[in-house]
Design a protein around this ligand. Structure first.
Ligand SMILES: NC(=O)c1ccc[n+]([C@@H]2O[C@H](COP(=O)([O-])OP(=O)(O)OC[C@H]3O[C@@H](n4cnc5c(N)ncnc54)[C@H](OP(=O)(O)O)[C@@H]3O)[C@@H](O)[C@H]2O)c1
Length: 285
């Protein structure tokens, strides 16, 4: 297959580039809004450019890793976030080929007490969540055969993310307050990339929405303790604080654990625990 991977300069896009080497039977076309080495420039919001790219390179499948991911900035500029996270999905879904797309735990309210299933009602509380949910709807309307993987708390050796920030702050500061009342599952982007290849390589195409994160649950506080331990940081005291103390600009989900049963059953796979993913990522950092 000829596979177009958008958002190739991002965390997940980069992990897809790394893993594509292990799947040489396909031909890959990496693209992003910013051109880079081996990365084409392609704006997913530009219908003419997307359609020309798909035709010129005889693309069979699009893996959309591109997104507007800054949750706080999306509150101030929902119009731009909506173009990239929602309107572009009509463009990508309208090419008459299969699409694998990544969505988020932010489509849920975050007030649940049990892991969310794909069939649970959504209730996004942020501009980012609303735009991502609109993207899911737009994609499924244009391409009912699409696969959507909702994930959460993504980190990787590439780009900026929570893991890298906590390592930097841990080295700089003697004390650090980290919230303990938000529960979720850290997800190594390399494991999500592996899940995408599981979907691609499956002999049967199973369209629909799936949840994929690493296994287990923790708070941002627990996650930070684990990061510092693995990084050998002993000079920073990590203190648990509440979300109220942190004073977020944008509401954050208190509980956004995703139930992955459907993905595991459909594709017959086991998923690594978040500590295992973190260990592997830290070795690369
Ligand atoms: N990060 C998380 O914690 C998290 C959690 C749940 C779900 N997700 C979802 O997982 C997916 C991958 O996230 P990620 O962390 O890898 O994102 P990321 O690192 O922010 O990468 C997204 C990439 O898309 C590019 N992009 C933005 N607008 C574009 C456009 N119009 N056309 C083409 N490319 C464009 C970005 O470029 P610029 O940087 O130049 O804008 C960036 O290189 C996204 O769908 C995201 O919503 C992420």
């Amino acid at each position: 297959m000829n596979i177009l991977i958008t958002g190739a300069n991002g965390q997940l896009g980069n992990e897809m580039r790394v893993l594509s080497a292990a799947h040489p039977k396909h031909r890959y076309f990496f693209a992003d809004i910013v051109e880079a080495e081996d990365v084409y420039r392609l704006d997913i919001c530009d219908p003419a450019a997307v359609s020309a790219f798909v035709t010129t390179h005889s693309i069979d499948l699009i893996v959309n890793c591109a997104a507007y991911t800054n949750v706080d900035k999306a509150e101030e500029d929902e119009v731009t976030a909506h173009k990239i996270n929602a309107e572009a999905l009509s463009v990508l879904g309208g090419q008459g080929i299969k699409v694998i797309h990544i969505s988020t735990d932010y489509v849920f309210s975050g007030n649940e007490h049990v892991p969310c299933r794909e069939t649970d009602p959504v209730a996004p509380r942020t501009a980012y969540g609303r735009t991502k949910y609109d993207g899911e709807k737009n994609l499924l309307a244009a391409c009912p055969e699409a696969v959507i993987l909702r994930t959460a708390w993504l980190y990787s050796e590439f780009g900026s993310n929570f893991v890298k920030t906590m390592i930097r702050l841990g080295k700089e500061k003697p004390q650090l307050g980290v919230v303990f009342d938000q529960i979720g599952t850290p997800t190594y982007a390399a494991d999500l990339a592996q899940a995408i290849f599981t979907v691609i390589e499956c002999p049967i195409w199973h369209p629909g929405i799936y949840h994929f994160t690493n296994e287990g649950v923790c708070s941002w506080y627990d996650f930070t303790i684990a990061i510092h331990e693995l990084a050998g940081i002993k000079t920073c005291q990590v203190r648990p604080i509440s979300s109220d103390e942190y004073q977020y600009k944008t509401p954050r989900p208190h509980y956004s654990v995703l139930d992955k049963s459907k993905f595991k059953k459909t594709f017959d796979v086991e998923i690594a625990h978040w500590m295992d993913g973190l260990r592997r990522c830290m070795k690369k950092l």
